[in-house]
Design a protein around this ligand. Sequence first.
Ligand code: C5P
Length: 234
Amino acid sequence: MKQRRSEIILALDTDDIEEARNLAKLAQELVKIFKIGPILFISHGLKAMDVVKDGGGEIFLDLKLHDIPNTVKGGVKAACSLGVRMITLHLAGGIEMIKGAVDGAIEGSQKYGGIKPLLIGVTRLTSLSKERGLHDDVLRLSEVAAKSGIDGIVCSAQEVASVKQAYGDNLITVVPGIRLTKENKDDQARVATPEDAARAGADYIVVGRTVTRSSDPARALQHVVEGIENAQRS
Ligand code: C5P
């Protein structure tokens, strides 16, 4: 069976709201989901969300919640009032914390009458290098994610095929650490090209500085699309 085509998520990691607006505008034909993380969110709060919503995009709120269960539950519940499509939490927070997030999403969507955001668990950060046991850690945390009823996980392209093999469509895979060439890693360690990540089975490919710090962001984004299309063809 032909796998589903990977979808691009663009990370708007900037403290400059106009830059974020321009990037979202430039990408809106090719990208439907935009990731707002601590840099943009702490700089501009809810106004940062309008940058995405004004262009008809959806929001991936990447605040990587990691706290006691009651706090994470309350945070996820509150996020339901913002109409976000996805929200992240750290799977290392444990089963009770994850269950808190699940309960928060149910209660929040009931309270605010909105769609339940997809809960995405962070396994091991892609900035961590290939230390021993890391692959197994990702699989172990994926099992925790699947058992606790959240929607998906964040992992690197190196682990995505194993996660997909074990959990198939039961866990959405979100893959950051994307670079057009393998040399330019910045602070990332477990990197891959868009083509490799797509071929490995990533449902979503998170692209940040490869596009946003490029001298020609539109061209860089086009290269990401071409990589995904190549993977789809092969
Ligand atoms: O610029 P770059 O492509 O490295 O950005 C990757 C984005 O994905 C950043 O916004 C980062 O916070 C996020 N991310 C990550 N690794 C994870 C989870 C999220 O790099 N495990």
